[in-house]
Design a protein around this ligand. Structure first.
Ligand SMILES: [Mn+2]
Length: 363
């Protein structure tokens, strides 16, 4: 049922005269997350395609290695064993479609040229904006998966004080976090886990390396779990040892900023307003100018799922959107604090989906 409703919504959002939508995957690093949105499948589906029409079953063209895993009765499965078969199958399914929606966001150029060649009479229309818009508001099943991913991330965040130790490297702890997520039911990590010790925590997208943990360091952990292709995204920052006065001050400001973000999600109209509320608070403290990124982003099948809480984002807040709220303060050469949680917007209220302790913890 949920697939039918997603497809209905997608065609309604597109609101253009199109006959079909073609979602085409390429190799493993170029899989379109929208493939999972319209099929509800889990797997990889390299080179495969999903083709949808208004009021019809979903067509999935999959290699013989993966087609056998598809057990959904709402899906018409087509198997390809060679590039030629893939070509013939897609051509056959779309033989009477003249206007075909494609997702420019995730369709690689080589495949675009290839689709044009095999369907010479069809007009390909970019509907990436509409796809992103349709995916913004989550249905019940999506919320369920995201909540599971959030529960796993929260549970692991709670365990971090038990796994870090003197002299541990960032990469070692990143590996342990990812292992713990698997032990707690994750299928994979949501993205490259960030572990940043000491002054590295002042770099919002630090690449974890061989830096070792020392007494007095900030220790920042940004990670997420994947469940049925849906993701969570959480950040916690601890002090390893006793916090200095400055560390306490930074932490307090970031924690207050996050609360302002939560409140703003209930009161504001646009994404931008939430960000400005958080940023203007931080800029009124002694850490003016030290919050250097957006307040958050939408979350779902992709970590950055289309919408962003930043300046210029006129997108409207609406129920069933899932967003991160992740203010930070970064002092070069000292370190930084970021606290990030995932939030589901409901009618006039919010539900915080990641519930690991947000207070300053000294380990
Ligand atoms: Mn995030």
């Amino acid at each position: 049922m949920f697939l039918k409703r997603r497809i209905e919504r997608l065609f309604k959002t597109v609101n253009k005269d199109i006959d079909a939508i073609l979602i085409k995957n390429s190799s493993r690093t170029h899989i379109d997350p929208s493939f999972y949105y319209v099929t509800g499948l889990n797997g990889v589906f390299e080179q495969g395609a999903a083709i949808i029409f208004p009021d019809e079953k979903v067509h999935v063209v999959a290699s013989q290695l993966e087609a056998c895993n598809i057990k959904k009765k709402e899906i018409n499965v087509h198997v390809f064993r060679s590039k030629k078969e893939l070509e013939e199958t897609i051509r056959e399914i779309l033989r009477s479609s003249r206007k075909i929606g494609v997702n420019a966001e995730d369709l690689i150029y080589r495949d675009y040229i290839w689709v044009k060649k095999i369907l010479p009479k069809a007009k390909l229309i970019d509907i990436s904006k509409e796809i992103s818009k349709a995916r913004l508001k989550k249905d019940e099943k999506e919320v369920k998966e995201i909540k599971k991913a959030c529960r796993i991330a929260s549970r692991v965040a709670q365990k971090i004080p038990d796994i870090i130790h003197d002299n541990a490297t960032e990469l070692d702890i990143a590996g342990r976090i990812e292992h713990l997520m698997r032990l707690n039911g994750a299928e994979d990590r949501a993205f490259e886990t960030i572990v940043a010790f000491g002054k590295n925590s002042a770099l919002p997208h630090h690449v974890s390396g061989k830096t070792r943990l020392k007494k007095g360091d900030f220790a920042l952990f940004d990670f997420g779990a994947m469940v049925n292709r849906y993701l969570s995204d959480i950040t916690r920052t601890f002090v390893y040892g006793k916090a200095s006065k400055l560390q306490r001050e930074i932490y307090e400001v970031v924690k207050n900023a996050q609360q302002i973000g939560f409140d703003a999600l209930k009161d504001c109209i646009t994404f931008e307003e939430v960000h400005l509320a958080v940023k203007s608070y931080i800029d009124k403290t002694k850490f003016k100018g030290k919050f250097v990124h957006g307040t958050g982003h939408t979350l779902g099948l992709a970590v950055h799922d289309g919408g962003r809480l930043n300046k210029g984002s006129k997108e409207k807040l609406d129920e069933n959107i899932v967003l991160t709220v992740e203010p930070g303060v970064y002092l070069p050469r000292v370190g930084g604090v970021r606290i990030e949680d995932d939030v589901l917007i409901k009618k006039g209220k919010i539900e915080i989906l990641t519930n690991a302790n947000r207070e300053l913890i000294e380990i």
